[in-house]
Write a protein that binds this ligand. Structure first.
Ligand SMILES: [Zn+2]
Ligand SMILES: [Zn+2]
Length: 253
């Protein structure tokens, strides 16, 4: 499998995933033009994308979905309630495919799982193709048993490490927003993510990308170092950050 983050953070998210027979995007929260440009920068023809699979209806995950899907004839998959809540934006006769559980795109088996966040529903995805498994899980306030069960099966993990609690509390956001982010339906802090990864880390996991970092309330090095403090420095090479403004390297596993 190959994985590349086109963007990650509260201003837009889109993750490219490729197996032998399929190419998909998890979320399309940049403009369609940006998604196209970023795909072309990694030599991927946007016309070859087989599906967009949505995690939830927040703008930073869906904003380019309608136009990109229309322009490149890409079907949109999501939880029925997520797709219902987005009908205002789907104006162009796209192929809209509500899933009701595990579904298949070419050689990918895609398993959605629920996460605790303030768009209802919000999901993460576990994706397997030919013995390889990855999981993507951003936008969650707490780690539930369901999240743990899904993530610990992965060889490759994309997981939120949204904020540093001190930076959040001392930062510029209004109190209500700080409370929302730190709540059980908000976002995971660096410490939440570090402690959780320590709990589930096992021999099969070979890469972890820290995602959805806040540009106001976090720093790449701080997130990485906090997580490494939990995991131990021998795991340093496993950890990478994905960013808002940069397309990541193409990861292969
Ligand atoms: Zn988000
Ligand atoms: Zn969200």
């Amino acid at each position: 499998m190959r994985i590349c983050s086109l963007a990650s953070g509260s201003r837009g998210n889109s993750l490219f995933i490729e197996s032998e027979n399929a190419r998909i995007l998890v979320d399309a929260g940049l403009s369609a033009l940006q998604i196209k440009n970023r795909l072309q920068s990694i030599d991927i023809d946007p016309c070859t994308i087989d599906a967009i699979i949505l995690t939830h209806s927040h703008r930073d995950h869906v904003s380019g979905t309608d136009v990109f899907s229309h322009q490149f004839q890409v079907p949109i998959y999501g939880h029925p309630d997520t797709l219902d809540s987005l009908t205002y934006m789907f104006k162009r006769n796209q192929k809209i495919i509500p899933w009701t559980g595990e579904f298949i795109i070419e050689d990918m088996i895609i398993t959605p799982f629920r996460v605790s966040h303030d768009a209802f529903p919000t999901v993460g995805y576990r994706i397997s193709a030919r013995e390889k498994t990855m999981a993507v899980c951003t936008d969650l306030g707490v780690v539930t048993e369901e999240v743990e069960q899904n993530l610990k099966k992965a060889h490759f993990l994309v997981i939120e490490s949204n904020h540093d609690p001190d930076m959040l509390m001392n930062g510029p956001y209004p109190w209500e927003l700080k409370e929302r982010i730190a709540s059980r339906v908000g976002h995971l802090s660096n410490h939440d993510t570090g402690a959780f990864l320590k709990k589930i880390l096992n021999g099969r996991m070979n890469k972890i990308l820290l995602a959805h970092l806040s540009e106001e309330n976090n720093l790449a090095e701080l997130a990485k170092n906090t997580v490494i403090d939990y995991l131990g420095s021998q795991h340093e090479l496993m950890i990478d950050i994905i960013e808002q403004r940069k397309v990541s390297v193409m990861h292969e596993f």
